[in-house]
Design a protein around this ligand. Sequence first.
Ligand code: NDP
Length: 335
Amino acid sequence: AKKWILAHQFDGVPKDSDLELVEEELPELQDGQILLEAEALSVDPYMRAFASRSLKEGECMMGTQVGKVVESKDPQYPVGTTIVANVGWRTHAILRADQERQGVGGMPTVMPATPAPGLPVSVNLGVLGMPGATAYFGLLELCQPKAGEVVVVSAAAGAVGSLVGQIAKIKGCTVIGYAGTDEKCKWIKEELGFDHAINYKTRDVAESLKEAAPNGVDCYFDNVGGDFLRAVMQQMNKYGRIALCGSISEYNDSIDSPRSGVPTFPMIPNELRMEGFLVSRWLSRWPEAFKEMATWIKEGKLKYRETTTKGFENMREAFYGMLRGDNTGKAVVNV
Ligand code: NDP
């Protein structure tokens, strides 16, 4: 078996020497345990944000995978069962499916895979997994977009953002997405149906937003934080809603000196609501989201894309690439 360990705590932009691939000898299976073999693994921004806060050097890198039970001493999980498991960056893991251990952000160790005939199992890590639930509940519960309103989303061509924009379109909103390349902008506008797609690397956010939303913004789904959030806040309409989903522009900053210093002033005259969330808040309702999104996919209303890296040994590169913006849609690694 192989696993990736956090060899050195991240400091700034992650370096190759921070993560190391090592072999591991697995013990005999005990009663009640299963042996899981990874098929697809997820690389997510939270790993940059949380690894150094929750792992010691030498510990296995955190993460979720979808895999198959290849040996079982738990009758509830016979050989061949596909599950989603929070067991870190490992090719093989021995675990008890009923164990109560909670992963980052209160995620259970084992979750059932969502049956999705005709779709690859990796959708359990993307559109019908944690990022899908994030887009669905973050937007619908916290932003509560109404038809005709203007919704802005950042990291709009990523796993979460690309779904947020499409769900907002399904709800009848005008959608403005910001992404980091012209190709990504083309995809979200031409294929996903966003009304405006703006490359934040070549356009000023404040200025381009005034053009795209001359009457202001009602909902902002924030994946980026920092200066981006500051710029959008200035253009929120009365009673606007901001869902604080992520702050990827700040994850490489030192824990002690985050760059933000979000101005609270525009919140008062405009009576804005701004709320941070962890998607685990709605864990018991995730199946509801996956059911509706699977229907939208079938009806052609919701599209998803995966940027796939082949090979467990390329996990680090896939992860660093995602942080740099190499991915369109969900970044996954197929073993
Ligand atoms: P993405 O698939 O969106 O991948 C990350 C993307 O972020 C990159 O592709 C890149 O695209 C963009 N990016 C990187 N650096 C910057 C920067 N400095 N400024 C602006 N954009 C940047 O990842 P996810 O969809 O998985 O996650 C999106 C956000 O949602 C993250 O902040 C994540 O932490 C958060 N999240 C929060 C959850 C919660 O429970 N609150 C759950 C899941 C995700 P580009 O080319 O456009 O720059």
